[in-house]
Design a protein around this ligand. Structure first.
Ligand code: HBI
Length: 100
């Protein structure tokens, strides 16, 4: 779970996320996504749902909210890059948008 993903496995594991709006940051040490909601309340409701998930996972996003958008950057700080924990959290975030 907390081992750094490395190519070629990394590319295979990230492919579904990259097809769903996530991108690798320039250094390759994180994955990022821009979420856009209908309004501020929906954006904040998403962040509230995700907050409960990340506490359970003990894995936390770098994120910011401006009005109805939420920008997320995921990396495993302890490992210095992207691990399966980030992949799992990204999947859960995508699922959390489905409940809006
Ligand atoms: N969140 N994104 C991220 N990366 C981490 O390495 C991390 C975290 N949340 C909690 C956490 N590490 C702790 O488990 C350690 O700092 C003890």
């Amino acid at each position: 779970m907390t081992e750094l993903l490395k190519d070629p496995e990394k590319a295979t594991i990230l492919a579904p996320l990259l097809a769903n709006g996530w991108s690798e940051t320039e250094s390759g040490a994180a994955i990022a996504k821009h979420f856009l909601f209908a309004n501020f309340v929906e954006a904040f409701a998403f962040m509230t749902r995700v907050a409960l998930i990340v506490e359970k996972m003990d894995h936390h996003p770098d994120w910011s909210n401006v009005y109805r958008s939420v920008d997320v950057i995921l990396s495993t700080h302890d490992a210095g890059g992207v691990t399966l924990k980030d992949v799992r959290l990204a999947e859960k975030m995508d699922e959390a948008t489905a409940h809006v």
